[in-house]
Design a binder for this molecule. Structure first.
Ligand SMILES: Cc1cc2nc3c(=O)[nH]c(=O)nc-3n(C[C@H](O)[C@H](O)[C@H](O)COP(=O)(O)O)c2cc1C
Length: 302
């Protein structure tokens, strides 16, 4: 498998993959983008924080907006609004493992109820004309690994593509992602399957395509502090510095001041991972009160 032809994508990550980080990933070569999860009911209530989450930049196309929810009608209406706002696709989150989310029947809990999930998918599919994708886990726990069943249902309900992060909900992020579940989903459905889980380098992505036959690869944690993973060629240290400066500038331009300060701290702390004294720097960054001070502290150790 030639590395250059892999469709490598940035995985949705709550409070991480906002417009600035997505755009930086795109500028490094990332394929179709996905927003972080957006609660369908909050979107319909149009609260201020949710409005910030739904914003994207023109250069981000093609971009999918990811919805979180359980109520078919609320999800369908939220999907319709995001389509009207210019989203190129709507993605349904069927994998979030967080306790307070699954307690509401959302995220990975949708996989426990295949009939209910089918109704959600049918209702959303009817509501929108743009692409419709889902992101699933392997299943709920090791006794209910039903990614293949859910994928078959999704394909028959008109879903256009499926991303599989093959850990179960019970595994959360522990252990190793069992890529063979991605292979099983690839073998079971005719629609494109995007593989996800534990990809930390382009070599890992090529290995995942080879092992599973997936159509594209999504990278989450491996892109934190390293959006140059999406580049075909290695980034020199100077190029990395340029990308970080660009990211910091985008954060300050496009996010509200409070969010910008927090995002700057978070991302610069990730960029500093592996530096001597990184833990200390992280602590310093989080104690600072202005973007300029955060940047000064970071660049003084770069
Ligand atoms: C901080 C964080 C936030 C996440 N938020 C979301 C989310 O909003 N929607 C989603 O579908 N998955 C979310 N995920 C899961 C990732 O998209 C991905 O499936 C998972 O991290 C496994 O891929 P990786 O091994 O490349 O990180 C999140 C993961 C992390 C680490």
């Amino acid at each position: 498998m030639l590395d250059g032809v892999i469709d490598l994508r940035l995985a949705p990550m709550a409070a991480v993959t906002n417009a600035p980080f997505r755009l930086v990933a795109r500028e490094c070569g990332a394929g179709p983008l996905t927003s972080e999860e957006i609660d369908a009911r909050a979107l319909l209530a149009a609260n201020a924080r949710t409005s910030e989450l739904t914003r994207f930049l023109p250069e981000e196309h093609p971009i999918a907006m990811q919805l979180l929810g359980a109520d078919p009608d609320a999800l369908a209406e939220a999907a319709r609004r995001l389509e009207a706002a210019g989203a190129d696709a709507i993605d349904l989150n069927m994998g979030c493992p967080v306790a307070k989310i699954v307690a509401k029947g959302q995220g990975a809990a949708l996989m426990r109820d295949p009939l209910g999930a089918a109704l959600v998918l049918r209702t959303m599919r009817k509501a929108i004309g743009v692409g419709f994708t889902i992101k699933i886990r392997g299943g709920w726990d090791d006794r209910t690994v039903n990614a293949v069943e859910i994928a078959r249902i999704a394909a028959s309900e008109g879903v256009d593509a499926i991303t599989v992060h093959p850990r179960t909900r019970s595994q959360q992020f522990s252990g190793v992602a069992p890529w063979e579940i991605i292979t099983r989903v690839v073998d079971a459905v005719a629609i494109p399957v995007v593989g996800n889980g534990d990809v930390r380098s382009r070599a890992d992505a090529a290995a995942m395509v080879d092992a599973t036959g997936c159509a594209a690869v999504m990278v989450g944690r491996g892109a934190l502090g390293a959006p140059w993973i999406f580049r075909a060629a290695e980034a020199s240290r100077d190029e990395q510095a340029r990308i970080i400066r660009r990211h910091a500038a985008l954060i300050e331009t496009h996010l509200s001041p409070l969010t910008a300060l927090l995002q700057l701290k978070k991302h610069l702390a990730w960029y500093a991972r592996g530096f001597p004294g990184a833990a200390k720097l992280r602590e310093t960054l989080f104690g600072l009160e202005t973007p300029a001070a955060v940047q000064d502290a970071f660049w003084s150790v770069w």
